[in-house]
Design a protein around this ligand. Structure first.
Ligand SMILES: *Cc1c(COP(=O)(O)O)cnc(C)c1O
Length: 223
């Protein structure tokens, strides 16, 4: 029997449900047995950050799992996940989105994506700023894409004990969602997702308007 924290799962599920947010169970580095154990409790949405691992798990596990790609995605690997991925959280360039659009078309699909923003202080965390996002959304190329659909934004806060700072960063990401919605997606109700909050900061994220928390270690144990 895989070691999973069922009590924590039920608590987080209740918390996210109250906030009308979705729980993405981040299963990276964890064995299929642990994922299956959460599946048996009813969880269907799982997040992975490595393409090869995602493909292996997709092949081994039940086909009604919705797989989210939450980590840096290299363009040359999009083709491996295009047949099945349900949401890509980490779009940070027009070139990457163009590749997703192309591979989705080859699979006769429309792939949902989020624009990843750089909201943290740490330079190591990547993502767009608001101006870069506007440039992407205004481009002729983006407006020609028919096989990818942007449904919101994603970001990671600074890894710090300073709750004021984390809260400020989450609020900034949520403002980006509102701004882009007004400027570019006013007629598209599907542009509404704000993917923010991990094991250490998901309560703050939900307070700031998260619609999707990505939680790994509380559920599966430390990596
Ligand atoms: C690993 C990871 C998470 C989950 O982190 P935990 O602290 O284990 O909850 C969330 N988002 C991204 C992008 C990750 O890489």
């Amino acid at each position: 029997m895989a070691q999973i924290n069922q009590t924590a799962y039920e608590e987080i599920l209740a918390t996210t449900k109250t906030a009308q947010a979705q729980l993405v169970a981040v299963s990276k580095t964890k064995p299929n047995e642990a994922i299956q154990a959460f599946y048996d409790l009813g969880q269907r949405v799982f997040g992975e950050n490595r393409v090869q691992e995602l493909v292996d798990k997709y092949e081994a596990l039940p086909k009604d799992i919705q797989w989210h790609l939450i980590g840096t995605l290299q363009r040359n690997k999009v083709k491996y996940i295009a047949p099945f991925v349900s949401l890509i959280h980490s779009v940070d360039s027009l070139k990457l989105l163009a590749e997703i659009n192309k591979r989705a078309a080859q699979n006769d699909r429309v792939i949902d994506c989020l624009l990843q923003f750089h909201i943290a202080e740490e330079a190591s965390k990547f993502g767009l700023d608001l101006e870069e996002a506007r440039t992407l959304l205004q481009s002729e190329e983006y407006n020609s894409f028919r096989h990818c659909r942007l449904v919101g934004v994603m970001g990671m806060a600074t890894f710090t004990e300073n709750e004021t700072q984390v809260r400020r960063e989450f609020e900034q990401l949520h403002r980006h969602l509102t701004t882009l919605k007004t400027e570019f997606f006013a007629d598209q109700p599907s542009f509404k997702e704000c993917s923010m909050g991990m094991s250490g900061d998901y309560r703050l994220a939900l307070e700031a308007g998260s619609t999707m928390v990505r939680i790994g270690s509380i559920l599966f144990g430390a990596r």
